[in-house]
Design a protein around this ligand. Sequence first.
Ligand code: SF4
Ligand code: SF4
Length: 301
Amino acid sequence: MQIKVGPTHNYVAFFLTLSCNLRCRYCINLHSRSARTRTGPEKMSADDWINAANRLVLRDDLPLTIQGGEPTLYKGFYRFVNEVREDIKMDLLTNMSFDADEFIRKVPVRRFSREAPYAAIRVSYHPGQNDIEELIRKTIRLQAAGFRTGIYSVVHPEESGRAHIMQTMERCLKLGIDFRTKEFLGEWNGVLYGTYKYDDSVCGGKLKKCDCRTTEVLVDPAGYVHRCHADLYKGRQPVGHILDDDFTVREIDKFRSCSFYGDCNPCDVKIKTNRLQIFGHTSVEIKNLETMEHVISHERY
Ligand code: SF4
Ligand code: SF4
C-alpha cells in the first residue's frame, strides 16, 4: 500500500544508519545519553529500503531526506539512490567523508535536484572532526558535476569556535559556496543552548506526561517509524514499521501519550524554519502537560 504524505507533513527521513566515522562531542544523536546502538542490531537491506521508499507518495516540495549517523556509510547507499523510483527526490545530510569521485560516478544528479531555497546535499562541517579544506575541495567538485551542495556548521557557544565559523563562512561565500550556520543545540558546560517552543522540554530535570503529535515521518535504521527523534535515538516504542502493509501516515497524525516530556530531543521542540524557510515551525505539538513526581533517570531506557 502507498504511504501518501499530506499537507501538514514537513519532513520524511530515512536514517539509513546511525554509525558515524566522526566523534563530535555535541552530536545530537547522542543527546541525553542516547546511543547509536539503541535502535537494535537489525538493519534494513538495500532491497527493504528501496521497497520502503517506493511506497512513498511525496509532494514536489517535500523530498525524502537521507540521514544518519553518516548515511553514506550504509553499504547499500549507492544501490538505494540509484534504484528507488525515479520521481522520488532526495536530500542528503552528510559529513562528506565519502570519496567525491565515486559519488559523482555513481549518483545520478537528478536524484538530488529540485527547486528549493537550500541545497539538496547539505554537508556538515565539524571543526576538529572533518577538514574544511577537504570539504571545500569536494564541494567544488560536486558543484562542477551539477550537484547543488551547501556547507552548514553550528555556531559553537565558545568565542574562539564562533569566530572560526564566521571566518570560514566569509571565505566560503567568496568562493561561491553556500555556507550557512545553524543554532547550537543542547548542553555545553552546563548551559542549555537553543530556542525551544516548550519550557523545560529539553534537559528539563523532571519528567512530565503529555500528549504529543508530530509532523514528521522518521524511520530508524531497522525500519521502525518513531513519533520523535528522542524516541528514535533512544529506541523507544515505535508507532509502526515502514514495511507494514497497513502503515499509513495516519499513524503519525495521532496525539499520543508520552511520559518523557523533559527529556525531549532538541530537534523535536526547537523553533526552526520549515521546508519553505519560514521561521517559527516546531516539529511536534504538545498539549495536556501533567507533572509527574520523579526526576529524570537515564537508567530506565
Ligand atoms: S558527523 Fe554528525 S552524526 Fe557524525 S558524530 Fe558528528 S554530528 Fe554526529
Ligand atoms: S513529548 Fe518529547 S519525548 Fe515525548 S513524544 Fe513529544 S517530543 Fe518525544
